[in-house]
Design a protein around this ligand. Structure first.
Ligand code: WT7
Length: 571
């Protein structure tokens, strides 16, 4: 593949001499962009929204360009300041205070962003939940976070077991609903009565602002806790990696239920004061190309799964559209295949820049920059101010070209500050001052990092992170299922698909209907993306003598690989 076809280009960040930039940059520099470096008053909502609304050059600029099948709206920084002030007043009126957890469970809409920033403005902690979650997934997160308020829609309310969540005192309904029960609040009624002015709650840089739940290989989803200080990195990476410039029209395709959708679907663009496109509704190549064309998107941040779907729709899908305004494309979430980069060069005449990071890291850490030579298949190089390395299991750094744990020197501005209510889980991420990512990788002599795989059993399906334990737990709740072991099976389009091995309880016979029923059970209980695409009935699930499911062995069987060390296998 001839990558030199597309020239490297200088943007905000002239990285021709990466080493120099890497050695000179200091996070102190990033602080200069924020008013709190002078006033000492901090709130990420102020820096992302109000600051621009107070600037005559920016006040009437479109902040949010929202489109969904039934709605299209342009919302200025002033509008967004006012609507979030209104919601902050509603929250204050309902007794919400600094540090309280207020969750959001609703599709993307202008109301979502007003509510989100209203929550931050009172100093509360926002917990956005992916709209496709079903009852169990919603319950686990509300229970663990002890959220006292939820903002949702009448349609999604049926998946919220609020009667069984005693700490959840109030539910704000966005949309028409005739609910007279105590604790229910009508968003639109309250908003029309609320003032558009609000005295923002100034907080500390280390105060909490966001909880994102994510999965590991064991246990229930964990609440990854982020603080206002993350804005330093949201801002600086969006500037240098996404190359955001004042007149850009930027589109991040991720839902705010996932960290990409908050760090780069909300904070990154607005901290940089650019117009942010939000596309609701379902994915289709036509809808996406049309959005790129109609809004004149200049910078686009998406995921390999989406690029692969567009790729398989063929060049004829993109041809009818004029997407010539597009200047820069970046990708995150899974390995970005060199074939996809090659396709991007043909389809868009642009490079797709891979970026690597995680829910826990809060922002991009290892990236390809507009002005850097790319090696297709590599995640790129550490962001200035970030020290990345490969370490062995004892915490020693390894030389180039040796595979090991991808690790980051702790801390950095956007790093999680806690796992909610689970200090021991938080501690388990760190070794010798390094944050251990759980990914295996190596770096080459030129300092490019190359992703190899996960070191744990976490599954990455279509860029979404799924914990096998959650799926196994749900599977064995089904009357027919005795035991379950769940793995990620490689898939050309989705990266991995979820495959479950199960044993059946006595009295149940394997049949197509039964397997479909089990699949639906997981889908309706957890969410569609967590439902196994493949189910295989076994006589036994391999376990260690201490009763742990040996997913690694299941995976070796599935892939026809050598089974390795099985000395801990039970009789
Ligand atoms: C895991 C984190 C924060 C972004 C969205 C995913 C995988 C992420 C890449 C990449 C290969 C990647 C890793 C990581 N991953 N980016 N560029 N190349 N793998 O966040 O849900 O917390 O998942 O996604 O395995 O550990 P997440």
């Amino acid at each position: 593949m001839n990558m030199q076809k597309i020239e490297v280009r200088e943007g905000n960040f002239n990285l021709q001499d990466y080493q120099k930039a890497y050695q000179q940059f200091d996070w102190e520099e990033a602080k200069q962009a924020f008013s709190w470096s002078e006033t000492g008053k901090v709130n990420i909502a102020y820096e992302a929204i109000d600051r621009h609304a107070e600037n005559p050059d920016k006040a009437d600029q479109t902040a949010l360009l929202f489109t969904s099948p039934d709605r299209e709206e342009r919302i200025t920084f002033t509008d967004l300041k006012q609507s979030s002030n209104q919601f902050a007043n509603v929250l204050k009126d309902k007794g919400i205070e600094k540090g309280d957890r207020v969750f959001l469970f609703m599709p993307r809409s202008p109301e979502f962003y007003a509510a989100f920033f209203g929550i931050l403005k009172v100093g509360a902690i926002a917990g956005p939940l992916f709209e496709a979650f079903m009852e169990q997934a919603v319950r686990d997160r509300l229970e663990d976070s002890e959220a006292t308020m939820l903002v949702t829609t009448p349609e999604l309310l049926e998946r919220v077991p609020y009667k069984e969540l005693p700490q959840l005192k109030q539910i704000v309904l966005v949309g028409d609903a005739d609910v007279q029960e105590e604790g229910f609040i009508h968003f639109h009624n309250e908003m029309t009565q609320a003032s558009q002015s609000f005295d923002l709650e100034w907080v500390d840089l280390e105060d909490g602002m966001l909880l994102h739940y994510t999965s590991g290989s064991t246990g229930k989803p964990k609440g990854v806790y982020h603080v206002h200080n993350a804005m330093l990195q949201h801002y600086q990476t969006s500037k240098w990696v996404l190359d955001l410039q004042q007149d850009d029209v930027y589109w991040c395709t991720a839902d705010p239920g996932w960290v990409t959708g908050t760090s780069y679907g909300i904070f990154g663009p607005w901290l940089n004061g650019v117009t942010n496109v939000i596309v609701g509704g379902r994915f289709s190549p036509e809808n996406w190309y049309k959005a790129l064309q109609d809004y004149g998107v200049t910078v686009w941040y998406s995921a390999p799964t989406a690029f692969r779907k567009l790729m398989s729709a063929g060049e004829e899908a993109v041809e009818p559209f004029d997407i010539s305004k597009l200047r820069h494309i970046a990708s995150v979430g899974e390995p970005l295949n060199p074939e996809v980069i090659a396709w991007g060069l043909d389809a868009f005449k642009l490079r797709i820049h891979d970026t690597w990071w995680m829910t826990e890291t809060g922002a991009q850490l290892i990236c390809n920059y507009p002005a850097m030579e790319m090696k297709p298949g590599s995640m790129g190089k550490p962001f200035p101010g970030i020290v990345a390395s490969i370490i062995d299991n004892e915490g020693n750094e390894l030389p180039p070209n040796q595979m090991g744990n991808l690790a980051i020197k702790s801390p950095w501005p956007s790093m999680m500050r806690a796992i909610w209510n689970r200090p021991e889980k938080f501690e388990s991420y760190f070794l010798n001052g390094w944050y251990i990512s759980g990914d295996s990788a190596y770096y080459d002599e030129e300092g490019y990092f190359w992703f190899q795989g996960r070191l744990d059993d976490v599954i990455n399906t279509s860029g979404e992170r799924v914990g096998p334990f959650e799926v196994e737990s749900k599977l064995i709740e089904h009357a027919a299922v005795a035991e379950a072991g769940v793995i990620g099976k490689p898939d050309p389009e989705r990266g991995e698909i979820i495959k479950a091995f199960i044993t059946l309880n006595e009295g149940y016979e394997e049949s197509e209907e039964l397997l479909e029923d089990i699949r639906q059970f997981v889908k309706k209980g957890l969410s569609a993306h967590a439902a196994p695409r493949e189910l295989e009935v076994k006589d036994k699930i391999p376990k260690t003598r201490s009763g742990k499911i040996m997913r690694r062995l299941l995976k070796s069987w599935e892939l026809g690989l050598p089974t390795g060390d099985v000395s801990t296998l039970e009789e």
